[in-house]
Ligand binder design. Structure first.
Ligand code: CO
Length: 213
């Protein structure tokens, strides 16, 4: 039996399990979603958003791409943020990176990766912003891990730059923006404890959209 065929068998089993604990489970799901969290993470197959956080269907809105990026002119992630914040009214927006991220590693290498070049250039930009700190780290593994963390932080900044987040936060106090890193080697989620209020104040010096007036 191939993995592909297993998927449908697994699905049938999952449907039975869900119905066994709640006969109306799918009937309830069909009524709509009310997620509290928007999760923006990497497409990496080892970083399973729902599995590692234990959320149930309907509880977390998910967007995944290579290296968990929120580029300023990317309409895909921007549409996800707009919909999640303005319409679903999520209370938390999470950018989750992970150690051993192939996207981050590729961005550190001198290689032409075709269409991936402009995408991964966003990570090189993160490196340039934090060049002094990163160049001071001599251990390559440590430097790579730190770039993963700084990339998460910069993508959080990109989330906070958006009008929809600034508007919603000014009028409701939500969403709060968080940065996480998943450690593939231990399975643990690490909260980078980004000070959202401070970050918002700091970046509004330049990216203020007049939402507080
Ligand atoms: Co990755």
């Amino acid at each position: 039996m191939s993995l592909y065929e297993d998927v449908f068998k697994n699905n049938a089993k999952w449907v039975e399990e869900k119905k066994a604990s709640d006969a109306d489970f799918f009937e309830h799901l069909s009524k709509g979603q009310n997620p509290d969290i928007l999760y923006i993470g990497c497409s990496d197959s080892r970083v399973t958003a729902e599995d590692m956080t234990g959320v149930e269907p309907g509880q977390m809105f998910v967007h995944r791409n290579v290296a968990n990026l929120v580029p300023n002119n990317d309409s895909s992630s921007a549409s996800v943020i707009e919909y999640a914040v303005a319409h679903l009214k999520v209370k938390h927006v999470v950018v989750c990176g992970h150690y051993f991220c192939g996207g981050v590693k590729a961005a550190m290498e001198a290689a032409d990766l075709g269409i991936l070049n402009p995408w991964l250039r966003n990570i090189r930009d993160v490196y340039r912003i934090h060049r002094d700190e990163l160049n001071a780290i001599s251990d390559e593994g440590e430097k790579y891990n730190r770039l993963v963390e700084l990339n998460v932080e910069e993508q959080c900044v990109n989330v906070i730059k958006t009008a929809v987040v600034q508007n919603a936060y000014t009028s409701t106090g939500y969403p709060l923006v968080h940065g996480w890193v998943f450690d593939v080697q231990s399975g643990k989620l690490i909260d980078l404890n980004i000070n959202f209020e401070e970050k918002l104040k700091d970046i509004q010096e330049i990216y203020d959209l007049g939402t507080g007036k």
